[in-house]
Design a protein around this ligand. Sequence first.
Ligand SMILES: [Zn+2]
Length: 375
Amino acid sequence: MSQQVCTRCVLPDSFPRLTFDSRGVCSICREHDKWTAGWKSRLPEQGKILDKICTKVKNKHKEFDALVPYSGGKDSSFVLYTAKKELGLNCLAYTLDNGYLSEYAKSNIDKTCRKLGVEHIYYHFNPELMNRLYALFVRKTGYPCSACMRGIAVGTVKLADLYDIPLIVSGTSFRTELPLSREMIETGSLCHVRGVLKNEPISVECKRMLSSPSMKRKLGNMLFRLTGTKGPFTYALFNLSDYIDWNYNTIFETIRKELDWTAPEEAEHMDCLIHPIQKYIQIRRFPDLDMDRLRFARLIMAGQMTREEALHKLEKPITQCPESTLNLFLKDIEMSKEEFDKYIDMGPRHLQYDLPTIMEKIMRKVLPVSNAGKY
Ligand SMILES: [Zn+2]
């Protein structure tokens, strides 16, 4: 086990490049303080901006006001509830079914859409294609989840363009997301996936994985990033969590009470049956930094959990990826455990594949928000 643990959160010194100040507070805690400084006091202003966005969108009288990528998990359930019930947006919800959608997720999706009166679409990619993609991503990066992350983005842009939906609303809160270093995760960004698929024999078949939004949507998103609601508002892609408080006590209370939302106890990402594979990879690469520890650390930083609570929960042994889950996945992607472990142990290889085009480089510089160019 590590030598030093942050005195405020629970991150140990084995976290890549972590440093501590004289009080023993880690650099991630300090960065979090910096990003979120004054956040609470800006909330009323953010709320007004959100109202303006919604009014502008409703005045367009489109078939749908907003597209909500919906996994059936806690965050997207709360987004859908808020968008429909609190903001009065006419939403289309869509779920990427990667073939491993859990019964919990399906049941939550069904209940939520019925209760809210929301139209919903399941988007299935060919399971055989997905399995080949998982295998390819494991071989080339040691991390299969990029295939789904890209798949969700592709489904989102295709549906948004097909129905000409002005808003795409997601619920990723930078204040509560896991603190992950570049060594721990590969993204589903277009440039990363493009790099991985390059020169692969299946690249033609996978061409749809490289879909990006229409030019008018790209320009609309760019204008929205630059001018907010002051410019000629056409399209916007945004995180609801940038405009409202994102407190898990409120989120769980709301979705359980209003949507009858259920999940197995203490399970994160209960929507995907093979999500524990990510846990397996993380524990193999970073034995001290399992997902629960990272999650608790961030909740402490966000003021939604005490350090004592986290330490108490961490006394329990780490929940490992069930062997049956790993075996199911390996059978589907036709890979032996020895091979799989070998590719994980080769470490992350994103730098080799994250090769943005000139346009993407310019957009990253121009657009002030970190998820610019995400789709
Ligand atoms: Zn810390």
